[in-house]
Every structure is written in C-alpha cells, then in structure tokens.
Write a protein that binds this ligand. Structure first.
Ligand SMILES: Cc1ncc(COP(=O)(O)O)c(C=O)c1O
Length: 383
C-alpha cells in the first residue's frame, strides 16, 4: 500500500499523526484543481470554486453527521480555534475549563484570549494512567466552578494519543449549562464521527490528517444556536455580501480574500479513496496492530500505558511513555541513524514516543522501532 503514497520508501514512517500524508490519487486531484485555477483564474475564483465548495460542504457534512449549513471549510484547526476563542463573549473572571493534555497551539490561543480579557484558562490535571471513563470524568469536573462558561477538550489528544470520552463530557456540560468546544483535529477519517449524536456546540476537525486530504483542509462546525456570536477571523466580502447566500454563517467565514481552494476541493476525492480502498477495514486493521504491539513497548520501557489498551481509548496512535534527558538527540538519532520518522512528544514535562499506524505500515515497521529502542536503551538515551 505504500506505493499509493508519495512517502519516501527509505523511511519507516510512523508519524502519520502530525500532518497526515496524501495518497497519490488524491494529490493528483489536488493538482488538477490548481491547474484549473490557473487556466481561468477569474472564472475559477468567483464562480467555479464557489459552486464546487457547496458540493464539498455537502459531502463533508454527510461524512461527519451535521447539517451542511453548520459547517465551514477552514485551513486548519488552529484557525478554527482562533476564530472561536477571539469571538467568545468572555468577561473578566470567566473560566474556560480544559485539561492539561491539550494541543500546545490551541492551548496558547485560549491562554492568550483569556489573559487579554481577564478570564482564566483552567488546565485541569488529568492523572495518568487513566483507569476508566469515570476516573477521567471525576478528575475533569474537579476543575469546574460557578465561573466556568465553556469546556474546551480534545477528542483525541495529541502528545498522549488518547480518545477522550467527549460524548459523555458534552452531555454533562450541557446539563451544567456550559458551551462545549471540541478540538477534533485527529478525528475525521480516524474514528467514526457523527456531530448530531455527539452534541458538541462547536467542533473542529482536520481533513489533512487521517482523512488524507492535502494540507490546509479542515472544517469548523458551529451549532445554529451559537453561530450569531462567532465573528469571522478575517472580515472580507462575506460581511454585508453584495451577493448573500442563504447562510450568513457561510458568507462570513468562507470568504477570507484571494486564496487557493484546491485543498478544500479535493475532499470529495478523499471520500472516494476511502470507499475504493475499503478504508474502514484498513483502519480497523491498523487499530488492531496498534493495540497488539502496545504491551510489548510498555514492557520494554518497564512502564504502564497511559490508559487501558482498548478500542475505547486508542485509535491508530499509541504514545509509549519513555524517560529521556535528551529528547532532541533521541529524535535526531531515530531519524538519522535508524531512518524512523516518529515524534518524541512531551506532556507536563514527560516524554512519549508516539507511533501512528496507517494502511501502509506493517508489523515490520514496529519491529524496526522496537529494535531501535532496544539499542537506544542500551546506550542510555532512553531508559
Ligand atoms: C489535538 C490537536 N489539535 C489541533 C492541532 C492543530 O492542527 P493544525 O496545525 O493543522 O492547526 C493538532 C495538530 O497536530 C492537534 O494534534
């Protein structure tokens, strides 16, 4: 399957989680759209792309289980979270409740806007390893106070690679009258997503990770009841549009000046690729491979997994807790000496090696990682 991708065959690629990788047939569609743009830039940007984007939103919203008019295409989850945090009606003293496992860029975004407005961003500590859903919920809600206005939570965490019980969190947050904002960067194409059932008020997902789209393709979903307060990050022609559509939400957020729409326009090709290659089964096999090898890596590092090794907590990634005093040197050695692309992740001062398994990975790739880790342990780089 690796031949379907553009990836360098000399590298053991265990880092799909960071930026995905676009299969060749999808990348060809992406380049075709770019050629179409350059043949007739004016027609394309003012007409062809706009019509085609409606089709993209239709297909993508069906894939993630929401109404078409509640989803806009954005370049990345960072853009989506900035849009929300900047617009959020925060007053001095308000609190946004998150965990200490959030992604650094989004964490900084909330910190920035909370600080500007005299509000507090609460990184509630989640003790690891997580033992159960109840254990997680209990730890999370300790961060709640009467000043909490919203919760912000990753559906799948970045450094620790864990699926969090977001559906239960959203239900509980609703019961407490809180707005729910979910960072689902790792979710589309990775685990099933039905926004109607999840009941989050606001959700962002990256399509350039596990959906295998070109870089710069993501979405922001906002439930109708919240669309009125979400300002566009870039004010452009969609504000008081001379040609308004039926949705102010789409008009406001879809237009942000001249740009290359090709990544967005390639998303139907991602869905076709999944269909054509039976990706639900491919993904299930990847998840099984992730879980099968996880105990072996924990045993090597004489450590415990960060949550139960089960379908409930793990998808196509596993973060092996490691100890190292030289995280940068470790990363360098893995890439340069062992030709393995894998991130050394960091959370709360601790480190993990996070492997991602995609359709092109094999048992052999994990054996290669294991052997490298054995050698690095002998050298004292990890312990
Ligand atoms: C949990 C999580 N949220 C948000 C992001 C941000 O994605 P982007 O850089 O595409 O905005 C990432 C990226 O890896 C992530 O892992």
């Amino acid at each position: 399957m690796k031949s379907l991708f553009l990836l360098n065959p000399d590298i053991t690629f265990l880092n799909f989680g960071s930026f995905g990788a676009c299969p060749k047939p999808i990348f060809e569609v992406y380049q075709d759209w770019q050629v179409k743009l350059e043949r007739e830039p004016v027609q394309f940007i003012v007409k062809t792309a706009i019509d085609a984007l409606e089709n993209v939103r239709q297909e993508l919203s069906a894939f993630v289980g929401c109404a078409q008019e509640d989803l806009v295409l954005v370049t990345n989850p960072s853009y989506a979270i900035n849009t929300i945090a900047k617009s959020f009606p925060l007053q001095a003293g308000d609190e946004i409740l998150a965990t200490n496992l959030e992604y650094g860029a989004c964490d900084r975004t909330w910190e920035y806007y909370c600080t500007q407005r005299g509000a507090r961003y609460i990184r509630q500590e989640i003790p690891l390893p997580i033992r159960s859903k109840e254990h997680f919920m209990e730890a999370f809600w300790k961060g709640y106070s009467k000043r909490t206005k919203a919760i912000f939570i990753s559906h799948i965490t970045s450094a620790t690679g864990l699926i969090l019980p977001v559906k239960e969190l959203c239900a509980e947050a609703k019961a407490r009258g809180l707005i729910t904002i979910v960072d689902g960067a790792h979710v589309p194409g990775h685990i099933p997503l039905h926004l109607g059932e999840l009941q989050a008020d606001i959700y962002t997902g990256a399509c350039h990770k596990w959906m295998m789209g070109p870089k710069g393709s993501s979405f922001l979903y906002v439930h109708k009841t919240h669309q009125a307060w979400v300002d566009p990050l870039v004010i452009s022609w969609g504000y008081r549009s001379p040609t308004p559509s039926e949705s102010l939400f789409i008009d406001w957020h879809q237009t942000s000046g001249t740009r290359d729409y090709a990544a967005f326009l390639s998303l139907p090709a991602c869905l076709q690729f999944r269909e054509a290659h039976g990706w639900d089964e491919v993904s299930a096999a990847c998840k099984a491979l992730v879980r099968r090898h996880a105990p072996r890596f924990c045993a090597l590092m004489e450590t415990e997994a960060l949550a139960p090794i089960s379908e409930e907590w793990l998808g196509q990634m596993f973060s092996i807790p490691i100890k190292t005093n030289q995280p940068l040197e470790l990363k360098r050695l893995l890439y340069e000496a062992y030709r393995i692309e894998i991130p050394v992740t960091e959370y709360n001062g601790r480190n993990c090696l996070r492997y991602s398994i995609q359709g092109f990975n094999t048992e052999q790739d994990l054996d290669t990682l294991y052997q490298a880790m054995e050698a690095l342990k002998k050298e004292g780089i990890i312990y």
